[in-house]
Design a protein around this ligand. Structure first.
Ligand code: NIG
Ligand code: FE
Length: 387
C-alpha cells in the first residue's frame, strides 16, 4: 500500500483535548497516511518522503465530521409540509406516516440509490462517519430492510422501530410497543448497533416515558446501545432526558427544551447531549443554549438529523455555523462537538480526531483556519479528503 504525505497545511486541527480550546491546533505540521491510517504527524520541514504527495496549499485540515444522528433511509418528498410550516403550521411528527408509506413502496434498489446519494452528499461536505437510523419502515420486514441497507454503508446503525406508532397500530399502541420490543427487535438486532426511541409525552405519534422505557430496556437486554430522541416538541416537561440519563444512554438528541433539572441530570451523567440546530432552524423552534450545557459540564455533540421532516440538510458545516450563531458556542467548541464530541456520543474514541494510529478520516477546509466554517455559512468549504 502506498504512503501519502500531506503538506501545505495552514492549520491542523487534531482535537487533542489536552489543549486549552480542545482543538489541539498545529500550524507547522505535515501528516503521513499509510494503509488508511495516520502514520506520522510532525513538522512540515521534517516530513518524510512518500509515494504520493498532496499539497493542500494553505488550507486547514480537520477531522472528518462525525454525523451521529441521521435518518437517511427514506423515499418520498415532504417539501409541501415544510412550506406549510413556514406559514405557521407546527411540527408534531404526523408527517412521518407519509414517509413510511413512500419508503415501504420503494424497492431495495431505489432505497440503496437514495442512501448512496445522501452519503456522497455528506462526504462532499466533510463528513466521514454517519450514523443511520431505521424508522420509516415500522413493520418487521421494512425495519429489517432499512437496517440491512444502512449497514451496507455504515457500522453505526440504529433501530428506530419506536419512531412513531404507525397508523395501522394507532388504536393498539400497547401491542405495537410489544411488537417493537419483541419480534421486531429480535429481527433487527443482527443489523443494529443502537436502539433509539422518539419519546414525547402526550403525543398521538411518539412514545411516552413508560413506553420508551419498555423499548429501551428490551434493546439493552438484546445487547444494543441506547439513544433517545428527547425534549424536542414542547416546552412542557419532556421525560426523554431524564429517561436517557437513568438508563445510561450514550446520547439524548434534540434537547430543544431543557429544565434546570435536565441540565443537572445531564451534567452528572455519561450521557451526551446531541444538539441538532438544523431542526430548530427548519421547524422555527427556539434554539437550546449550548453554552449553558458546556458551562454545566455536559458533553455536547452536533449532528444534522438529516431527515425529510424536520431538517433535510446533510451539512455539518451548516450545523457548526448555526451552533455558533444561535446556540452560543465558539467556533472551536462547535467544531469539537461536530467531531470528537459526536464520536463520543457513538462511544468511539478512534474517530473525530487526527492521531497517529487512527483512521485517516480527514476533511480539508478551503480556508486557512477552521473559523471559516462558522464565518462563511452556506459556502461549501469542507470536503472529505480521499487519501
Ligand atoms: O429527529 N423527531 C422525530 N424524528 C425526526 C423527524 C422525522 C420526520 O419528521 O420525518 C427528528 O426530528
Ligand atoms: Fe432524528
Amino acid at each position: 500500500m502506498t504512503a501519502t504525505v500531506i503538506t501545505g497545511i495552514a492549520e491542523l486541527v487534531t482535537c487533542d483535548d489536552s489543549t486549552d480550546d480542545r482543538l489541539g491546533i498545529r500550524t507547522d505540521a505535515a501528516v503521513v497516511v499509510q494503509d488508511g491510517r495516520v502514520a506520522w504527524i510532525g513538522p512540515d520541514a521534517q516530513a518524510p518522503s512518500a509515494d504520493r504527495r498532496i499539497d493542500v496549499d494553505g488550507r486547514a485540515l480537520v477531522p472528518g465530521f462525525v454525523d451521529s444522528h441521521s435518518h437517511l433511509v427514506f423515499a418520498g418528498d415532504r417539501s409541501a409540509e415544510f412550506a406549510a410550516r413556514m406559514t405557521g403550521q407546527p411540527y408534531d411528527g404526523g408527517g412521518i406516516a407519509e414517509t413510511v408509506s413512500a419508503t415501504r413502496a420503494a424497492s431495495d434498489e431505489q432505497l440503496r440509490a437514495l442512501i448512496a446519494h445522501r452519503v456522497a452528499e455528506m462526504r462532499a461536505q466533510g463528513t466521514t462517519t454517519v450514523e443511520i437510523k431505521s424508522g420509516y419502515g415500522l413493520s418487521v420486514a421494512d425495519e429489517v430492510r432499512a437496517l440491512r441497507l444502512a449497514a451496507e454503508v455504515t457500522t453505526e446503525t440504529t433501530f428506530l422501530g419506536a419512531h412513531v406508532v404507525p397508523p395501522e397500530w394507532r388504536h393498539r399502541r400497547a401491542d405495537y410497543v410489544d411488537l417493537v420490543s419483541g419480534e421486531m427487535l429480535g429481527a433487527a438486532v443482527p443489523y443494529a448497533r443502537w436502539i433509539d426511541v422518539f419519546c414525547e409525552p402526550g403525543s398521538p405519534y411518539a412514545f411516552d416515558a413508560d413506553e420508551a422505557r419498555t423499548v429501551l430496556e428490551a434493546g439493552r437486554a438484546a445487547g444494543l446501545g441506547l439513544r433517545v430522541h428527547g425534549n424536542q416538541l414542547g416546552p412542557g416537561p419532556g421525560p426523554g432526558v431524564q429517561l436517557a440519563v437513568q438508563l445510561g444512554a450514550a446520547s439524548v438528541d434534540h434537547c430543544t427544551h431543557l429544565t434546570d433539572g435536565d441540565v443537572d441530570a445531564l451534567a452528572g451523567s455519561g450521557t451526551v447531549a446531541t444538539l441538532l440546530p438544523g431542526v430548530e432552524f427548519c421547524t422555527r423552534s427556539p434554539f437550546p443554549d449550548a453554552a449553558r450545557l458546556l458551562a454545566a459540564g455536559v458533553s455536547v455533540a452536533l449532528a444534522t438529523d438529516c431527515n425529510p421532516g424536520t431538517c433535510y440538510s446533510s451539512s455539518m458545516p451548516l450545523m457548526i455555523a448555526l451552533a455558533v450563531r444561535e446556540m452560543g458556542l465558539t467556533p472551536a467548541q462547535a467544531l469539537y462537538a461536530a467531531t470528537a464530541g459526536s464520536a463520543r456520543s457513538l462511544g468511539r474514541d478512534d474517530i473525530g480526531r487526527i492521531v497517529v494510529g487512527g483512521p485517516a478520516d480527514l476533511a480539508v477546509v478551503d480556508a486557512p483556519s477552521h473559523l471559516h466554517l462558522a464565518y462563511r455559512p452556506g459556502v461549501p468549504l469542507a470536503a472529505a479528503l480521499a487519501v
